[in-house]
Write a protein that binds this ligand. Structure first.
Ligand code: ATP
Ligand code: MG
Length: 582
């Protein structure tokens, strides 16, 4: 871009979204406070991302895209014991899958050198000291919500002694927990986060990126605030639980003042990283909460560790990997985030809103196919043995651009067992002995004979296909009550069909007030595997292709297990909300 080019115009999407954060961004661009905006998404790589993170991702990356800014992906990897490169890979995969890409991929560990210089600067400025209190003593000195804390006896240490001790912490001379570096702020502050919080702790643990180089690690608040400042983040967006941390965030940014002290950024050069420090502003928004789910890495980790689900990407999991395998689409999740909106108001979204977003996206986009989940044989006795034809079906009723497919039709079909009743309930519109129904796109059948086994179970139906009702014939539009889906028995492909439902059967699985835990609320019917028959065009699907199986629901070809020779489909969502009250 030439220096005189106009800044990129906000996109149409930005013009529509009017939440308070976008309004701040708009105002900051209009007033010239920022020439361009920078955001970041800062996950801790200690687990897989969940649906709540989708909200943060859509906001951080979405705002940058809408306002012509840049968004970094930064791994806040300051807690090496819990972090794993497997999560780092999966998180990148998830962000891309949601449709976003980062301007720059960073790790907080890229900045360990800067953090160290920044800590030394605070010591020299008399703003930090090395404290010898144990973790237990620090707790005792901290005070409570109603009582002020007490100052550490080490608070008055001189600068030289502090610098020396900090250097020796860094050199690995002291045991884990023996000392900390603490900010010198205010032990009487009403905000406990400001009562001389730790900035560095001793931890002799190897780090995934820096190996054994550092026996000390920066604390989250210090590292996070400076990480934002280092990257020149203009709007640092996070969830409401960080509101009480904002004064500490600002304290770190202001007292280190990276923008005014470029010498502290020197270690970035060793990493080949640009120096772009600026003062960031933290803005909090409410978390996404959805009933019938648990949404914390800790609980999701436990579900996996305790084998209550089949792994992180179990299609019942509320991880992005799980939702993806279930058949959730990026468009559906983006729609959810838009629909929920951005505010400071905490709320719990009804699960039906999530499912509704998926239905809305798939109704518009997913091709239709026929599949029989619980098969019952139907013989059209008036067709000759070996009769075979191919019928053209539109792939989508409302989207002609999706074209047509050929569906084989023959004398013997599979229909859904539940579409036949010997003794129909009131209002029944499907097949009964002697009754008629339409075989979708093929004609009208009348049931003449019901074949049962010795136990009385219906094994086969024999019927008559009205030749006048066939496609193109005079009687093709003759009125009958029910229309059924079917597949040709000879042509259909056997498929494993996994019928998933909500993982929890209560609205608040993490409510432990009655002594129960979310483990006690697992829905025993959340997974049922059946063997059905699908039309050939469905079997040919690539993994992750979604379909509407007519009259049955939205299904996706399993990302890992599906092959055209051995199809495996997961039910993503039923056609209608079966959990709705009443
Ligand atoms: P959890 O507490 O659910 O295990 P986390 O907050 O520890 O997740 P991080 O990796 O620290 O996970 O989060 C990265 C970003 O995602 C943070 O900015 C955080 O505010 C945001 N985030 C996490 N959970 C949600 C949620 N439910 N809704 C919206 N944003 C979220
Ligand atoms: Mg966190």
């Amino acid at each position: 871009m030439s220096p005189h080019a106009d800044p990129p115009a906000p996109s149409a999407a930005a013009a529509e979204k009017r939440d308070f954060i976008r309004q701040i961004v708009r105002d900051d661009l209009a007033s010239g406070k920022h020439a361009a905006i920078r955001t970041r998404f800062p996950p801790e790589p200690n687990g897989y991302l969940h649906i709540g993170h989708a909200k943060a991702i859509c906001l951080d990356f979405g705002i940058a895209a809408e306002f012509g800014g840049r968004c970094n992906l930064r791994f806040d990897d300051t807690n090496p014991a819990k972090e794993d490169p497997e999560f780092v890979r999966a998180i990148q995969d998830d962000v891309r899958w949601l449709g976003f890409d980062w301007a720059s991929l960073r790790h907080a560990s890229d900045y360990f050198g800067v953090y160290y210089l920044a800590a030394q600067k605070l010591i020299r400025d008399g703003k930090a000291f090395v404290c010898d209190l144990s973790a237990e003593e620090v707790r005792q000195y901290r005070g409570s919500l109603t009582e002020p804390g007490r100052e550490s006896p080490y608070r008055g240490r001189g600068v030289e002694e502090n610098l020396d001790l900090f250097a020796r912490m860094r050199a690995g001379e002291f045991a884990d927990g023996a000392r900390t570096l603490r900010a010198k702020i205010d032990m009487a502050s009403g905000n406990i986060n400001l009562r001389d919080p730790a900035l560095y702790r001793i931890k002799h643990v190897e780090h995934q990126n820096t190996g054994a180089e550092w026996p000390i690690y920066p604390m989250y608040d210090f590292a996070h605030a400076l990480g934002d400042a280092i990257e020149g983040i203009t709007h640092s967006l996070c969830t409401l639980e960080f509101e009480d941390h904002r004064p500490l965030y600002d304290w770190c940014v202001d007292h280190v003042d990276l923008a005014g002290h470029p010498e502290l950024l020197e270690p970035l050069r060793a990493h080949g990283l640009p120096e772009e420090a600026a003062k960031p502003r933290q803005i909090e928004f409410s978390r996404l909460n959805i009933n019938y789910t648990v949404m914390s890495k800790r609980k999701l980790t436990q579900l996996v560790a305790e084998h209550l689900v089949d792994g992180w990407d179990d299609p019942r999991m509320y991880t992005l990997q799980g939702l993806r395998r279930r058949g959730y689409t990026p468009a559906a999740l983006r729609l959810l985030v838009d629909r929920v909106g951005i505010s400071k108001q905490n709320s719990v979204i009804d699960f039906s809103v999530l499912e509704g977003c998926l239905r809305e996206d798939l109704d518009a986009s997913a091709p239709r196919r026929m599949a029989v989940v619980d098969p019952l044989r139907l013989v059209l006795a008036n067709l000759p043995e070996g009769h075979e034809e191919s019928l053209a079906f539109p792939n989508h009723p409302k989207d002609e651009a999706q074209g047509e497919r050929q569906v084989p039709f023959s004398r013997e079909l599979w229909i859904e067992r539940e579409d036949f009743a010997e003794v129909p309930p009131k209002g029944w519109k499907r097949l009964v002995p002697g009754g008629e129904a339409r075989l979708r796109g093929a004609g009208i059948v009348r049931i003449d004979e019901v074949v049962k086994d010795a136990t009385g179970r219906v094994m086969e139906l024999r019927g008559w296909l009205d030749p006048e009702s066939r496609p193109g014939m005079e009687g093709a539009n003759r009125k009958v009550k029910g229309t059924l889906h079917w597949v040709s028995a000879r042509h259909a492909v056997a498929a494993e069909i996994r019928l998933y439902d909500r993982l929890f059967s209560v609205e608040k699985p993490d409510d432990e007030s009655d002594g129960k835990t979310y483990r006690d609320h697992l829905n025993p019917d959340s997974k049922k595997t059946v063997h059905g028959w699908i039309e050939p065009a469905a079997a040919l699907a690539a993994p992750e292709q979604s379909f509407q199986f007519e009259r049955s629901g939205y299904f996706v070809a399993d990302r890992y297990d599906h092959t055209p020779g051995k199809p495996v489909f997961n039910r993503s969502v039923t056609l209608r909300d079966t959990w709705a009250a009443g």
